[in-house]
Design a protein around this ligand. Sequence first.
Ligand SMILES: [Zn+2]
Length: 382
Amino acid sequence: MQAQIQLGRVFGIRIGLHYSWIIIAILIVLSLSEQFSSVHRDWSPGVVWGTAILTALLFFVCIVLHELGHSLVAQSHGIRVPSIVLFALGGVSQMERESPDAKTEFWMALAGPLVSFVLGFLCLGSAYAMGWGGPSWWGGPSHPGSPVMEMLVWLGYINFMLGLFNLVPAYPLDGGRVFRAAAWWGTHSIERATRIAAVVGQAFAFLFILAGVWRFFHGQGFAGLWIAFIGWFLLDAARSSRVQVEIMHALSGIKVGDVMERNCTVVDATTNLQTLVDEHLLRSGQRCFMVQKDGHLAGLLTPTDISRVERRMWPLTAVEQTMRPVAQLRVVSPEAPVTQALETMARENINQLPVVANGNLEGILSRAHLLEIIRARSQFKG
Ligand SMILES: [Zn+2]
């Protein structure tokens, strides 16, 4: 999940918005303004829209606080959190690595829902202190009254719902992570725990889809579809976390040096792109080229870099103008575990890592090549 709009930093963590968030923000403002104007006919349109917009904004502040709950526990255990991204279905804290032990994972997962419950109590508590009589089943009014009270009550309920929803044990929801941490503690194996949590997560995802479809056909149209959509999202997430565990399992114990490609094509820095494409890329199908200048590695070039240059400019562009210079590259040691290199590639969103030992380029580790190895190992290894 890449953030497209950057909002700023809190505790050194970048807060960003994904475009899908905007659609949900608009839907929330529309539904709140409709609710407020139908219940409070005495409110002017300015008050209705102002309250709706402010409530929606504060709701997203609450989601950021929930994510900060996860992130601050992570950071206190030495796991760096570069960013928090808000998207259509809530927030995601992007952690640099997995938690080192079951206990950290447990508290990290639980911290978010705990923040939501505390916010829920604070909002409903302040509304109560301001004279709100409590919910209708408690003997209070069916509607809170003033715009501020209306806002606090809505935020109070939604934070409780957010906390409860996230505690559903459907991995990768927070509840699923708490469940996985418990399984991890019980089985002493994060792989086994993740497999168990993914199966339970998939079961819950199917329940969400069934419940959503059922509600859709029983007159709750949009709300039903929404639940089904969340189920589908969870199903996908559970499946991919399971695949990831299988991959990590297949690659455990392998070092980068064992699987890197050594016969990378070396091209001179002054070669133009047209020559490179005609004489190397189209003939060998190679995905990665090392650019050499004065006998040293100057940078790397991939087909993606080439496609960024207009075709008619290829004969006039030298590879050194298009390559990624070696200073900007993340490199990996041949002694590093492959699983760690794979995590780096996923995090940095890159497809290959130069393998460097004592300042010398030893080879290239690429995702495509790793996939072939995983396929071969699953086919031929008992
Ligand atoms: Zn959470």
